[in-house]
Design a protein around this ligand. Structure first.
Ligand SMILES: Cc1cc2nc3c(=O)[nH]c(=O)nc-3n(C[C@H](O)[C@H](O)[C@H](O)COP(=O)(O)OP(=O)(O)OC[C@H]3O[C@@H](n4cnc5c(N)ncnc54)[C@H](O)[C@@H]3O)c2cc1C
Length: 468
């Protein structure tokens, strides 16, 4: 009997899974394997919480099909070799990851498995296009989004969908699997009740969320996406990060929906959403071509930027939603409680950290990587460098978000602030984004940590210094 290992990583689904499809086509028996490698413990706490539940959901789906998930711990190559030996597997299949460390590790593993005489093959399940498939005419990578988006549309997308296999071959009972709890993905001090109340990881929920978004929200996306007090976006980012649903499925189902309702407004809204999905592609190709940007600015001038160095107290206030700026505190508390923050508020909180507090963007990026359930190195690096003004297609540094006017524009009645900053719930709308201006400021809410006007000028002066 021919046997293959299917090494699951961030492709935790059975539908649209090219490595699974190939393994089933080539071999009679397929062994689904997840390896908890030592480097995985660097993942953030919120993402590890998600992973725990996503692995449980995947195992359940595999069992419904007659198989099960084998869980092992240790160095990936050693585990692959051991399971191949134990099962008599002659091939290993997986879907690719694009972070610099994962690329280097996978390349070494592939060479070593080949040298052992095993077949080792990888596929793309994470992106619509491989990062090397869309380049400018001169062969260099895109650094500006709109031409990238135009080129992606011109190339077109392969949107063939593949249902999950109806049944899977059973696994030999002798193959040992670590209990899920042994992976120690859940926090030791159980702070995760807010995550559990907000999310249900796994492929079934990802598919249901996608269907609900297409049915109820995509038609208003272009405007509603900027309203943090409304459920105007898909909230699919953690599902996408862990590969519980494919970007092809997102795009294909939206397009199917458009063909059934020929409505110009709907088409415009849907395109606005698909554009966001292509931002995800853009960020992955940037990280692939510019791997140093995880820690360093893409715009080299920013290496000399005069960030503050004595910022620990301000950083802690920002992290804990205690800055005295309502929309910033609301966002940071939403993040702490649910592991997610609305995109508009990610931009506002990031701008406040880097520009008003003059704290290096890397500090904010690290905090997000630890606290977001959708923590994604490519999207997070792009997001932070974009806001800080030092990345690809970045907002110009001198365009500094004013958190009061941003709040007034995008949360005009303060619904979002009232939800996350209950100390301010009793304030009338006109003061909700600037409680310090109210005739009686709430006693249990802090005064702003910085003066918005003076800190804006300090940031502009710092920017002028590097331009000189
Ligand atoms: C400072 C900062 C940090 C960020 N960190 C992350 C991160 O770690 N992980 C992450 O997935 N996103 C990150 N983003 C992008 C964005 O905020 C989230 O993808 C979005 O809020 C997810 O919510 P949604 O699924 O409802 O998005 P929707 O608006 O429904 O969009 C659909 C999908 O498109 C993708 N997408 C949307 N906006 C962006 C964007 N600006 N850049 C790249 N992809 C996008 C996401 O995969 C998202 O799920 C960050 C943005 C900023 C400004």
């Amino acid at each position: 009997m021919t046997t293959a290992l299917l090494w699951f990583r961030r492709d935790l689904r059975l539908a649209d899974n090219p490595a699974l499809r190939t393994a089933l086509a080539q071999c009679e028996r397929v062994i689904p394997l997840y390896i908890d490698t030592p480097e995985a413990s660097d993942d953030g706490a919120a993402a590890r919480w998600w992973l725990h539940h996503s692995l449980a959901a995947l195992d359940e789906s595999l069992q419904q099909k007659g198989s099960r998930l084998l869980r092992r711990r240790g160095d990936a190559l050693e585990v692959l070799r051991a399971v191949a030996r134990e099962s008599g597997a002659t091939a290993v299949y997986w879907n690719r990851l694009y972070e610099p460390a994962a690329i280097a590790r996978d390349r070494t593993i592939k060479e070593a498995l080949h040298a052992d005489g095993l077949l080792a093959a990888s596929h793309n399940a994470l992106l619509l296009n491989e990062p090397w498939q869309l380049l400018k005419a001169d062969g260099t990578p895109y650094r500006v989004f709109t031409p990238y988006w135009n080129a992606a549309q011109k190339r077109g997308f392969d949107l063939a969908l593949h249902a999950a296999p109806a049944a899977l071959p059973p696994l030999p009972t002798a193959l040992h699997s670590e209990p899920l709890a042994a992976l120690q993905l859940l926090p030791r001090i159980r702070w995760d009740s807010g995550l559990a109340a907000t999310w249900r990881p796994g492929e079934a929920e990802a598919t249901a969320r996608l269907a609900a978004f297409i049915e109820h929200a995509v038609a208003d996306y272009a405007e509603a996406r900027d309203r943090p007090g409304q459920a105007g976006t898909a909230r699919l980012s953690p599902h996408l990060h862990f590969g519980e649903v494919s970007p092809q499925r997102l795009m294909a189902l939206v397009q199917q929906h458009l063909t059934t309702r020929r409505d110009a407004g709907l088409i415009q809204n849907a395109e606005s959403w698909l554009r966001q999905l292509v931002w995800r592609e853009f960020s992955h190709q940037l990280l692939y071509h510019f791997p140093h940007t995880v820690n360093e600015p893409l715009d080299a001038r920013f290496a000399r930027f005069p960030w503050r160095s004595d910022y620990m107290e301000d950083l802690s206030a920002w992290q804990h939603g205690d800055t005295g700026i309502p929309i910033v505190d609301a966002g940071m508390r939403e993040l702490w409680h649910t592991g997610w923050m609305h995109n508009r508020v990610r931009m506002i909180t990031a701008s406040f950290l880097t520009k008003n507090l003059l704290i290096p963007w890397q500090e904010g990026a690290r905090w997000f990587m630890d606290t977001l359930v959708d923590a994604d190195l490519a999207n997070n690096t792009l997001g932070w460098q974009w806001v800080a003004g030092c990345g690809a297609d970045a907002a110009p540094y001198f365009r500094i978000f004013n958190p009061v006017s941003q709040g007034e524009k995008f949360d005009p009645h303060g619904d979002y602030v009232r939800q996350w900053v209950p100390e301010l719930a009793g304030l009338p709308d006109r003061y909700i984004h600037q409680p310090w201006a109210a005739p009686i400021a709430p006693a249990d809410y802090p005064a702003p940590r910085v003066d918005l006007k003076a800190s804006r000028e300090r940031a502009l002066a710092a920017y002028a210094a590097i331009r000189r």
